[in-house]
Design a protein around this ligand. Sequence first.
Ligand SMILES: *Cc1c(COP(=O)(O)O)cnc(C)c1O
Length: 600
Amino acid sequence: MSIEPTPMKQPPRQLLTKSHCDPDDVALKSFFLGPQSENADWLEEILRSVLTAYFSWRRRTHAGDGQAISRADQNHPAFRRRRREFIAATQRLLSRFEGEVPKFSPRYIAHMFSETSMPAIVGHVITLLHNPNNISGESSRVGVAIESEAIRELASMLGIDETTARGHFTSGGTVANFEAMVRARRRMERWLTVGARARNTGDLRWSLFEAAHMGWSDHDELLEALDIDSSALESLSTNPFEVAAQLGSIFEAAYRGPVILVPDHKHYSWVKGAELLGLGREAFWSVQLDERGVLCVDDLRRRIDEARDKNRPIMMVVSVAGTTELGAFDPVDEVQFLLDRLQRQQNVHIYHHVDAAYGGFFAASACRDDRSCELDDGVCRALAAIRRTNSVTLDPHKLGYVPYASGAFISTDSREYFASSVDAPYIAFDSDRDRGPQTIEGSRSAAGAVATWLTARTIGLDTAGYGRILRRTVRARKRLQKTLKKINAPVRIAPTSSNILTFCVARDGESLSATNERTQMLYETFSPERDGAFFVSRTSLRFSDYGPMLQPFVSSWNGDTDADELTLIRLCIMNPFIDSRETETDFIAEFCLAVQQACS
Ligand SMILES: *Cc1c(COP(=O)(O)O)cnc(C)c1O
């Protein structure tokens, strides 16, 4: 298939020469349809060649079989009637979708999605036509190979060693987080089992906590020393209650199950996961946030000590790169540093997963060497540390500009990726190639992976491609922040570090409930029901979670704390054209004006 762009219809002469943008930014405009479908000709042409190539492939495959649908069939009145009905239904559907959220518009600054890239759309359409099921190579010859390549692209964006990285695409960040929980639990259970066997022989006096964090090298040594076949080790028993009783008697202390340490700003997928795994709410130990609204490392240290004192194995520690509420980055590097030290000094190996569903793609723009990075040093350090952790969640369907559903889970160590595996007798699995035995989901479309692959190979997951696009969104957030501060209303902007901006409008000394009411009014002004000029979202931060950040923030306007939470307008500045200098509208200025008008 060849897709040669035909020259665009000749634009007026002055437009050819006059461009307000940097040539590198201009080049990136070829990857998006544009708010007014500016690149429609170009997209139509690619899609037409996609269809042509696909038709031709079908015709060449078993060409001698002959045709099943004749011209006469196609002209038959019954055929034609059905076709008319089909067209009519499609038209009704199209007009219903006119009511859909216009996610492509630079006026959409609400949730974590915006425009989808053209390579991603094209990748999706191609996959849709071929419909591969990435459960195994038996049902997806090309799809599974592309998926592995796409995982390698994402791993390399994060600086993860491609030779040890293993992963797969999921329906989103939620399932990717579940994938991490399953593996972390499996690893802990494995070590605990080996530890229990060793203790049973009498030569090892490890506590249950020590056994559960022994690390792979002690695990391997013990296996050899005890001469146990690892297949005999799958579990102590198959009944979790009996396992608990056995562990209790072997380690001479009641076993109360593992805990997971998750910061207070957690995405609700972690709560779902804990419920799904039957860990029980009590196993969810939250780690406090600091004055920046990110994981407090001192509190994490306290929680680890507490777990050790109570003999509760730590199934995993989670840190978040790009929180759902504020787009803030936990100090992934400091967390890993603490865990590395525990490992070195006390032989305690704790699993560390980074939920980078939102923020992971900033790795493409983070500074490695360069000066134009728009991110804070702390953010760059957090991103650079992901490669040293155990696993990571990414959501290409957020900052990857890929359509739903596209999430990814990556283990930095293939051994831990393969920790959990279930066979299906009717599928021929190739253990190296196929992900089916390891994935929580069964049938999986290859579309999310292919879309990510094509964007990686065209736009590029580096500073010249995605990096450039995302840096621009951070610059746009900074400009919006500056402009908002200048309007004739007391705008209060919460600490922020990426392209998410949260704010409220609060008069000096007023009560929090009055501020929250005004924020609610602002939110309603922009609500889709009112057909507002912009789409925004809203979030509420509780003092019980965000206290250290909220107290100084609210004090900065002498707010009277008569409520237990602060409601904020939340903007995800993701649209690649929000600060376009070509459009008639200055979206940022117009938005700020709309806020001012609503507040006056
Ligand atoms: C969006 C998000 C998730 C969940 O991802 P889905 O794709 O919606 O399932 C998990 N964690 C964080 C930090 C997120 O931002």
